[in-house]
Design a protein around this ligand. Sequence first.
Ligand SMILES: Cc1cc2nc3c(=O)[nH]c(=O)nc-3n(C[C@H](O)[C@H](O)[C@H](O)COP(=O)(O)OP(=O)(O)OC[C@H]3O[C@@H](n4cnc5c(N)ncnc54)[C@H](O)[C@@H]3O)c2cc1C
Length: 394
Amino acid sequence: MAKSDNITKVDVAIFGAGIAGLWTFNHLKRLGYNVILLEKKAIGGEQSIASQGIIHSGLKFSLAGKVSNIAKTISKMPEIWQDALNGKNVVDLSNAKTNASSQHLFIPKGAFGNLTNIVAQKTLGNQAHSIPKNKWNENIKSCGFDGSIIFMDEPVLDIPSVIRALASPYISCIRKITDEQASTPFNFLKENNIIAKRIIFTCASNNHIIAKKNYHECGLETQKRPLLQAMLRPAPFPLYAHLVGKTDKPLVSITTHKAKNGDFIWYLGGKVAERKKDDDPNHVYNSALKTFKKYLPNIDFSDVKWSSLPIDRIEGKSRTDGWMPDTPTIHHTNEALYCWPTKLTFAPMLSQMILEDLKNLEIEPSNKISNFSFLPDVDYAQAPWDKTKWTKLI
Ligand SMILES: Cc1cc2nc3c(=O)[nH]c(=O)nc-3n(C[C@H](O)[C@H](O)[C@H](O)COP(=O)(O)OP(=O)(O)OC[C@H]3O[C@@H](n4cnc5c(N)ncnc54)[C@H](O)[C@@H]3O)c2cc1C
């Protein structure tokens, strides 16, 4: 790979083009910072492109009947995202698509019942309310669900289009590095004569490895929570819903996505997916089917094809209950920042925290744009349903 002999001075160098790196990159670029974003695989990251695209408002995190801390901190996020989608935020997502403007909480008879209603009111005020049975849409009426349904004012975004909206305005400043260069990022910058006032790592699980290698590990704790997500096609109908059980986690969270060939996919997270990544995928398919047969009994799944995605959620270590932190995590060192958003929804908050760090160090936008053409372009990541194999359940 070509090296640059000229010195390139930037305000900020960011490693990792998932949602954390991309939102921060776009935000800083719009403020006039000279930024380079370096990615070793594809624009859109690993977890980000695989996410369900839900912009949480907190209700899902209050299912056990108490308003958790994360429910409170995350409840401010949908408004920020909505402003961005309307082109009214410093980050402009007006070219991104919304898959659904709201979601449903399905509460079967005998689950939390009224409690969730009360918590919904407490956390979200008027953003959540019960939908009377005669107002359910025809697909939901005919699927055989017996219980109550709560309307949640939480959008589900088309993440591939969010990624493009963040990356495309400044694509010439997003450059590819090799695995070898990515494993020694400080050397890479030095060898290419790139001098950055601040270096930021948004490399998910690799953050910890890089911090350790560079003796920045003191006080750093991270955690991985594995998932085996399931996908099925064709989707019976468009559905964006959390099916509530008797614990603080939904039995299954269903989002609907359009594959490149036009098919609609149901993407399934929640409790059914919370298992080891190397578990037999048939276990997650059968668990999802069992749940659907019990709660959505009139849907015929006999002709669908299935697929799975083993993946880790990576974040700072929760100080409280081993669940997830209530906010994004930043590990500060003199040489660099190591950052995890915790949830895609928190990307704007993380970016704001990074901006505070730059302000504290008196790093101001230089309003310059360097030429990074000595480094190669990076491709966009493909959604999980566009790059997987599908199988019929035997
Ligand atoms: C299945 C699933 C569903 C989810 N659904 C939701 C949801 O609906 N709503 C929500 O709010 N959150 C959701 N989350 C959580 C959310 O997706 C993550 O918190 C978020 O995407 C993490 O973003 P990130 O940028 O830190 O990481 P990633 O998206 O993983 O990006 C990290 C990037 O860094 C790159 N990289 C690694 N090392 C280097 C290096 N040395 N140099 C350069 N680049 C490097 C990687 O190639 C990758 O592109 C979900 C997570 C999963 C796994």
